[in-house]
Ligand binder design. Structure first.
Ligand code: HEC
Length: 141
């Protein structure tokens, strides 16, 4: 009799703990489902998160991609006196300084002007900024 009681308590305990594990799994799955979009949306290299400028790249982005993400804000509008993309007149004197100088301006910025280092794109590699400079120069002569 005592054995049977102990046994059923044990069985009950097993059933209870099985239930508890099920519940935990279900809760975990639910929590995972709930936090998944947040956890996934800001992974490095995911351009769907926070715009391309916010995403670090897994491989180098093209000059056009970097331009659209990080340079266009000023270079499409002329904000702060930025030479506008496609405006050959605004670029001629700059292009005359040579590609190396322009690459350097892109990477390090131009002191005392609105052209800050990398146009403010701190997750842009030097290589990507150079590609963006080349893209602007090619489209502006
Ligand atoms: C916040 C505005 C802003 C952003 C963003 C910006 N630029 Fe500029 N950029 C300027 C301004 C202003 C100038 C002109 C500075 C001057 O000569 O007075 C300029 C000039 C330049 C020049 C010419 C430099 C020279 O030596 O004559 C290059 C090249 C350039 N930007 C590249 C870039 C690239 C590449 C990006 C994006 C990665 C970028 N810029 C983003 C404002 C910006």
């Amino acid at each position: 009799m005592i054995t049977r009681i102990v046994c059923s308590i044990f069985a009950l305990g097993l059933a209870y703990s099985a239930f508890a594990i099920d519940l935990t799994d279900a809760q975990r799955a639910e929590i995972e489902a709930r936090i998944k979009p947040v956890g996934e949306s800001c992974m490095q290299g995911d351009s769907s998160c926070g715009g391309a400028a916010a995403a670090a790249s897994s491989g180098p982005r093209s000059g056009e991609e970097v331009y659209n993400a990080a340079c266009m804000a000023c270079h499409a509008t002329g904000a702060a006196g930025a030479p506008i993309y496609g405006d050959a007149g605004a670029w001629a004197d700059r292009i005359a300084k040579g590609t190396d100088v322009l690459h350097d301006s892109g990477i390090n910025g131009l002191a005392g002007t609105g052209m800050i280092a990398k146009g403010g794109c701190m997750n842009c590699s030097d290589e990507e900024v150079i590609a963006a400079v080349d893209y602007m120069v090619e489209g502006s002569q």
